[in-house]
Design a protein around this ligand. Sequence first.
Ligand code: SF4
Length: 186
Amino acid sequence: MRPVTHNTKVKFVEPPQGHAGEGFFAMKMSEAVGLARSNSIWPLPFATSCCGIEFMATAAAHYDLSRFGSERMAFTPRQCDVMMVMGTISKKMAPVVRQVYLQMAEPRWVMAVGACASSGGIFDTYSVLQGIDQIIPVDVYVPGCPPRPEAILDGFMRIQDLVKEESLRRRHSDKYKELLNSYGIQ
Ligand code: SF4
């Protein structure tokens, strides 16, 4: 049995930028909102095949997605912030993916987990959608067939980075409206 050692080098998270003084800390509103949002993202798992099994491992005790404040998963789009599409999406299923995305409230983010969701994967066939970005905008792509839970967590942390940095005005910007318009979304 290994001896128990106590690591006294505790690493603290970097504080957000701001102005500190005696008894106060001031920061930008957008950074405070970003900090709160990025550590309480509620995922909507849209799992259709094998990549979904890796996601189950990601959410289970060993990898523990709840460490990121994201243990609260839901299949009700109006309560979720990030849609995680995991698995092969057939063309028949594509309108369902899009409908779920449309039912999510802004701000919303999308992760394409694995080769199938990102590009159709090995299924270059008439019946499989060659990447969900053909129907909805994607923020983060996670490579792999399937990606390991570490890769899914890494993709999740990239989403956290985007959430943290996003300006409060982005969703009202012309550029964002243009992006949605290019997908035929008003
Ligand atoms: S990327 Fe590979 S593991 Fe993931 S759903 Fe497609 S075939 Fe399955």
